[in-house]
Design a binder for this molecule. Structure first.
Ligand SMILES: NC(=O)c1ccc[n+]([C@@H]2O[C@H](COP(=O)([O-])OP(=O)(O)OC[C@H]3O[C@@H](n4cnc5c(N)ncnc54)[C@H](OP(=O)(O)O)[C@@H]3O)[C@@H](O)[C@H]2O)c1
Length: 208
């Protein structure tokens, strides 16, 4: 990860996490929230996705997250899918999907025409990108699961504690809900409830 340069692409992490930063259980998600899944799909696909794969948004994920997506839903449609694995993954049957043995290799494959790049998990990849100095991610779309307190065995690094405020450079700042909607390009409720699960959509940006 040391080979990133000033030309690095802007990367947005998108993640749903409990108050304890729990994000996964037994290799999958601890919750089933169809409305939140629709939000994820709409945000990562973009409002007017191009037919041309090289102009579509990109989703980058670790090998375990790729494997956790049911085969009928992968690759994630309307998006370029990049899978990171040190050993490589066979994606020959998955259109619009490439496998990369490192993050720098994945990032260098990004087309300048690709609109937005999202890091979609899991725990290992979020940690690598959020704790590097400077972070490889400059925006986090966080769905904060407020209740219940789901049991988890995979966790999100507390990224706000990895800001560089001590050397006067970059600090994670929570945006307003209006700023989130402006960036998304559509309106969404801030506070939500599905089948007894309460959650809130947040956006955090790395302030220069
Ligand atoms: N709540 C959410 O928003 C959310 C989102 C996504 C995932 N999740 C959850 O997160 C959990 C999975 O997370 P995880 O940490 O176990 O797996 P992961 O990050 O999805 O995948 C880990 C694998 O990715 C590859 N990898 C990661 N970093 C790499 C690097 N820097 N260079 C090369 N390869 C790299 C390695 O594959 P190889 O072993 O093949 O080398 C590694 O074993 C699941 O429970 C999933 O449901 C939650």
């Amino acid at each position: 990860m040391s080979s990133t340069s000033s030309t690095r692409p802007s990367i947005t992490a998108i993640v749903a996490a409990t108050a304890q930063n729990g994000i996964g259980l037994n290799g999958g998600l601890p919750w089933r929230l169809p409305g939140e899944m629709k939000y994820f799909a709409r945000v990562t696909t973009g409002e007017n996705p191009s037919e041309a794969p090289e102009q579509q948004n990109t989703v980058i994920m670790g090998r375990k997250t790729w494997e956790s997506i049911p085969s009928k839903f992968r690759p994630l449609k309307g998006r370029r899918n990049l899978v990171i694995s040190s050993k490589g993954v066979d994606v020959s049957n998955s259109p619009n999907t490439t496998s990369h043995t490192s993050l720098p290799s994945a990032l260098s494959s990004l087309s300048s025409k690709s609109s937005r790049t999202f890091l979609i998990g899991g725990s290992q990849l979020y940690t690598a990108c959020l704790t590097s100095s400077p972070p490889m991610v400059d925006r986090v779309l966080l769905t904060r699961i407020l209740s219940p307190d789901y049991q988890c065995d995979a966790f999100l690094e507390e990224f706000t504690s990895h800001s560089n405020s001590e050397n006067g450079k970059k600090v994670w700042k929570k945006s307003t809900h209006e700023e989130l909607q402006d960036w998304l390009g559509f309106e969404v409720d801030e506070e939500n409830e599905e089948k007894g699960t309460k959650y809130r959509y947040e956006m955090w940006v790395l302030d220069q």
